[in-house]
Design a binder for this molecule. Structure first.
Ligand SMILES: [Zn+2]
Length: 198
């Protein structure tokens, strides 16, 4: 996939994206350039509209190969759909979290085991979300900069509103986590006090 020599290209990214990429690269012990290179290899290589029959590169909105006439899958469209599926899947997990949180909040007596389970669930959600969000932001940048049809870009607008919604929910979850950890701490404190009294 990648050639022997790396050819430099100049790429402008928003500050938020750069910040995310820096953190993600750090988590994998990579320099930012290597992380982006890896991300492009894995996630974005499918955005090129290559003919499955003769390997000709076509413009990304072409429906048929310009050389041999073979029908092409609309790759940006497929990409947008893939992003959408990931988002829907994530939304389901988020709903699952919210339902559990509501159950815990409606109970006066705190079930510590349940809270601990919810903390793990929340931490996993946050971790997965940062990956999903980053792939989304990079893909979005690519799709917006391309000249593909407005239908695809309209889908992207819809997805962006889902992403914004999830982002605000994730910041709520971060607040929840602080609250839950406080409950656990307070409980452990009172438990060790009880043990001393006995
Ligand atoms: Zn072809």
């Amino acid at each position: 996939m990648s050639g022997k020599l790396n050819k430099p290209i100049m790429l402008r990214l928003s500050e938020e994206v750069v910040e995310s990429v820096e953190l993600a690269a750090k988590a994998e012990g990579l320099i930012i350039q290597d992380w982006i290179r890896k991300a492009i290899d894995y996630y974005l290589i499918n955005m090129t509209n290559t003919c499955p029959k003769c390997r000709t590169y076509n413009s990304r909105d072409s429906r048929y190969c310009k050389k041999c006439g073979e029908k092409l899958t609309n790759i940006p469209q497929r990409m947008v759909k893939e992003i959408y599926d990931v988002l829907v899947n994530f939304t389901v997990r988020l709903r699952d979290y919210t339902n559990n949180r509501d159950i815990i909040k409606s109970n006066k007596e705190f079930d510590l085991v349940q809270i601990q389970k919810l903390i793990i669930h929340a931490e996993n959600l946050i971790k997965t979300w940062s990956d999903v969000d980053m792939i989304f932001q990079i893909s979005k940048e690519g799709i917006l900069q391309s000249d593909i049809d407005s239908e695809v870009k309209k889908d992207l607008e819809h997805q962006t509103s889902i992403v914004d919604d999830i982002n605000s929910k994730i910041s709520d979850i971060t607040m929840d986590l602080i609250e839950y950890k406080k409950i656990i701490d307070e409980n452990q404190e009172s438990q060790s006090k009880n043990n001393l009294d006995e």
